[in-house]
Design a protein around this ligand. Structure first.
Ligand code: FDA
Length: 367
């Protein structure tokens, strides 16, 4: 008999399993995929660690979480500085003095601020009613047209005029020459890839892959006193209040022989509306690779249907109301601990998931 059946070998499930084992508990971890690591999984192709489910850059402001994750890996000094490609024009992201200089030739913060202010005034938007108006009222028309519109419309599969304002409450605008995407104190990529972190966390813990909890639910539940569930919350309750919507992605990965350097940066966003993908990831640059060949992945946003991989929750009013009903049931379960992005129907960065798992561990083992 196990103390915990952990559904999902992603970050939440693995941190929980590691901490439970440290406290002498016996865990069985299952995952319906053929590998551990969830969406953070990296696979070695031609000696390059490929981020199979999109670019993953670890960043946090929290020293405890940084120290925690550093028990399992050494991190390099990678700094996320994505590039935007708009019909062949190259811009630095996030929007900063370098971006403004390329766009307008401005060289001081005052010049750049004046330019943005002038465009905001000309647009005359006082109460934004959709994403387009919201973005223009925050950064003006040039940045919106070249760097936000096409990318966002591809990401969400509809016109920015039909998208709600809440998607972009704020936009990172920086009046310094600083291309570092994150403001956090700590940032990097684990040397040797993310999967090694999960191998260490799950060392000497029973892990069974290619097992879907719902295909043998009763049998699996009988194996343990408690369940830690990190899958989709609506599926756990058999969709009784309705299906929660997501946006999906698909990835196209190619090895390019005799190409040591394809795009000169790990992440290049394609911000026009004609290019069907939103970004190209060149994985070797996450770890300053010097191999003869390279591996690139194009990321295509797509509509989500039940059965597809759920990536981004659509946190509009309709879905949030449905989620609340499921959450009320989950809060009353005594034998099940819900955790991670799918059970909370919320986008979380990795450091947030580690923090949430450690909080649940604390609660579970202090009583
Ligand atoms: P995760 O989805 O990883 O794990 C859940 C596991 O449960 C999966 O392995 C799944 O197969 C399994 N499962 C589900 N249902 C099951 C069932 N019925 N039976 C058995 N197993 C089941 N964060 C960050 O900090 N920096 C970054 O750069 C990025 N980049 C990024 C890019 C993209 C494209 C996305 C979508 C996300 C990011 N993230 C990120 C976020 C990061 O991916 C996220 O924080 C973690 O993967 C969340 O870990 P979880 O354990 O919650 O879920």
């Amino acid at each position: 008999m196990y103390d915990y059946l952990i559904v999902g070998a992603g970050l939440f499930g693995s941190v929980f399993a590691y901490e439970a084992k440290k406290r002498g508990k016996k865990c069985l971890v299952i995952d319906k995929r053929a590998h551990i690591g969830g969406n953070v999984y990296t696979e070695k192709i031609e000696g390059i660690n490929v981020h199979k489910y999109g670019a993953h850059i670890f960043h946090t402001n929290n020293k405890e979480i940084w120290d925690y994750v550093n028990q399992f890996a050494d991190f390099n000094r990678y700094t996320n500085s994505p590039i935007a490609n708009f019909r062949g024009e190259i811009y630095n992201l996030p929007f900063n003095m370098n971006t403004f200089n390329t766009l307008w030739g401005t060289s001081t913060p005052d010049e750049a601020k004046a330019k943005i202010e002038q465009q905001k005034m000309a647009a005359g938007i006082t109460e934004p009613t959709n994403l387009e108006e919201q973005a223009i009222s925050l950064v003006g028309t040039d940045i919106y047209e070249k760097l936000i519109k096409g990318y966002t419309e591809k990401q969400w599969g509809r016109s920015a005029k039909e998208l709600p304002t809440f998607i972009i409450k704020r936009l990172p605008v920086r009046f310094t020459y600083d291309n570092n995407y994150f403001n956090d104190r700590f940032q990097g990529i684990p040397i040797g890839g993310y999967t090694a972190i999960f191998e260490k966390m799950l060392d000497e813990i029973d892990v069974k892959l290619n097992i879907d909890f719902f295909k043998q639910r009763e049998k699996l539940e009988r194996l343990a006193n408690k369940v830690v569930y990190t899958g989709m919350i609506d599926q756990y309750y058999d969709y009784k209040f309705g299906v929660l919507d997501y946006r999906s992605l698909h990835f196209e990965t190619n090895v390019l022989d005799n190409t040591p350097n394809y795009q000169g940066n790990a992440v290049v966003n394609y911000t026009d509306k004609e290019t069907p993908y939103t970004r190209i990831i060149e994985h070797k640059h996450f770890e300053f690779g010097t191999q003869e060949e390279t591996v690139i992945t194009k990321e295509f946003p797509s509509e989500w249907q039940p059965g597809d991989e759920p990536y981004y929750p659509i946190n509009d009013n309709k879905n949030n109301e449905i989620f609340k009903k499921y959450k009320a049931l989950a809060d009353n379960e005594s034998r099940v601990i819900f955790g991670g992005r799918l059970a909370n129907y919320k986008y979380f960065d990795m450091h947030q998931v580690i923090g949430a798992a450690l909080t649940k561990v604390e609660k579970e083992f202090s009583s």
